[in-house]
Design a protein around this ligand. Structure first.
Ligand SMILES: Cc1ncc(COP(=O)(O)O)c(C=O)c1O
Length: 422
């Protein structure tokens, strides 16, 4: 066999030879970002600047909600979500464990108890049926996180919220631009939090956005973290303007300026990512063993982090997904392993929960919940061992057709040589 046909893992020449730096580049720093930063920096108004209001108005219009409130990060925006809904000691909030910690930990921050529920097997988003199974008379809200930009089943969660009288929080940190039944993610929940941290699809460097349709929730979010705006509230809560409540969550105007450019370019940049992934979906699904993750027609999504293919090892002689990925990496593919979450174990296995190291667990109003709620391995079977085999696709932000074709060739080459890897 020639060196070109032999797997790189077995000493052959790699299939991917093109430089990948530009294709993977993120964030994209273009003249508009630099000009926006220079303008705010030049103004000397580095703490309060009208650019913040412009970002908020434009983002609210984009998502289709009445209010957006800019924050210094997504974690703060999610704290504001829990606070806005009046969640506190005595309450339980259902969360996914397949997420970054800021989906669940703000529930503790306001003094309530996070209750983890299992996920659906493909995208690992919270499963409405599993969430329903964890509802108790103490349940006040559900937090959904649209993992990687894939919308959760908002029909299912809206129905649950209505039937049980629960509030819905969306962690939309991965999903700027995704929609469900034509309505943008971030407009489905009573409240939503977005991150604009550098890696996100709408990056401001550090930054976050809180969205809602309800004035009362907006006002409470102002109360929590924006003392400089409390005096503007048109009710008696304005009396707190000289102290706030101990948190200071306003965004830095320089970051707001970058976020505003990111919003203006969001659809175009998302479309570029999507086109690359769609091409890989189309091509790689022709290869034995690979299929496109099934997405309902009423979902439009963005791709943050790891897109993936569903993989059936039986079609390639039992070759495990990790081994396939290893061979792809040797061919020059820059991929994460789609099984990484399993190795991290899920949020519910983290010491903060397992050891109950937070004052919320000691609060007398939470005594019954703290004694009943279980954390740790063995409590969430799908989260702990996702049954669907997956192989990651690259995190391209602006791939060229030539590079995409080299990736397709690498997938084909590894599949064609699967028996050599067994
Ligand atoms: C799902 C999710 N929620 C919340 C956050 C918190 O956002 P930030 O890092 O801006 O505080 C992040 C990202 O970092 C995230 O991935």
């Amino acid at each position: 066999m020639t060196a070109a046909r032999t797997l790189a893992l077995l000493g052959g020449d790699p299939a991917i030879t093109l430089d990948q730096t530009e294709a993977m580049k993120w964030p994209l720093v273009e003249q508009e970002e630099l000009d926006a930063v220079a303008e705010v920096a030049g103004s000397g108004e580095w703490s309060n600047h009208p650019i913040r209001d412009e970002l908020e108005a434009e983002f609210a219009a984009y998502i289709g909600v009445n209010y957006a409130l800019a924050h210094n990060n997504g974690t703060a925006a999610l704290h504001a979500c829990a606070f806005a809904l009046g969640i506190g000691p005595g309450d339980e909030v259902i969360c996914p464990a397949t997420s970054y910690w800021a989906t669940a930990v703000p529930v503790l921050t306001v003094g309530a108890i996070p209750v983890f529920a299992d996920v659906e097997p493909v995208f690992l988003n919270l499963d409405p049926a599993a969430a329903e199974g964890r509802i108790t008379p103490r349940t006040k809200a559900i937090v959904v996180c649209h993992r990687g930009g894939m919308p959760c089943d908002m029909d299912g969660f809206t129905d649950l919220a209505q039937r049980y009288g629960l509030k819905l929080i969306e962690d939309a940190s991965h999903a700027h631009g995704s929609s469900f039944r034509g309505r943008k993610i971030g407009s489905w929940g009573d409240v939503a939090g977005f991150s604009m941290q550098t890696s996100k699809v709408m990056p401001s460097g550090e930054g976050g956005l809180f969205t809602t349709n309800e004035k009362q929730y907006y006002d409470r979010a102002v109360l929590l973290g924006h003392y400089e705006r409390i005096g503007d509230l048109d009710h008696e809560d304005s009396r707190f303007e000289h102290t706030g409540f101990g948190f200071k969550y306003r965004i830095s105007p320089i970051h707001a300026a970058i976020g505003r450019v990111a919003l203006a370019k969001l659809d175009e940049r998302n479309a570029r990512r999507n086109a690359g992934i769609q091409y890989l979906y189309d091509q790689v699904s022709e290869i034995p063993g690979f299929s496109v993750p099934p997405m309902p027609d009423h979902v439009e999504r963005v791709y943050y982090r790891s897109p993936f293919m569903i993989y059936d090892p039986d079609e390639l002689g039992g070759l495990p997904a990790d081994r396939f990925t290893q061979a792809l990496q040797a061919e020059g593919a820059r991929l994460g392993t789609a099984t990484r979450l399993r190795h991290r174990g899920g949020l519910h296995t983290q010491p903060l929960f397992v050891e109950r190291k937070h004052w919320a667990f000691e609060h007398p109003d939470n005594a019954e919940s703290a004694a009943r709620v279980r954390y740790g391995p063995g409590t969430l079977p799908i989260t702990e061992d996702p049954p669907v085999n997956r192989v990651s696709l690259p995190r391209f932000t602006q791939p060229t057709p030539e590079l995409l074709d080299q990736y397709v060739a690498a997938f084909r080459k590894v599949a064609a040589n699967a028996s050599a890897l067994l």
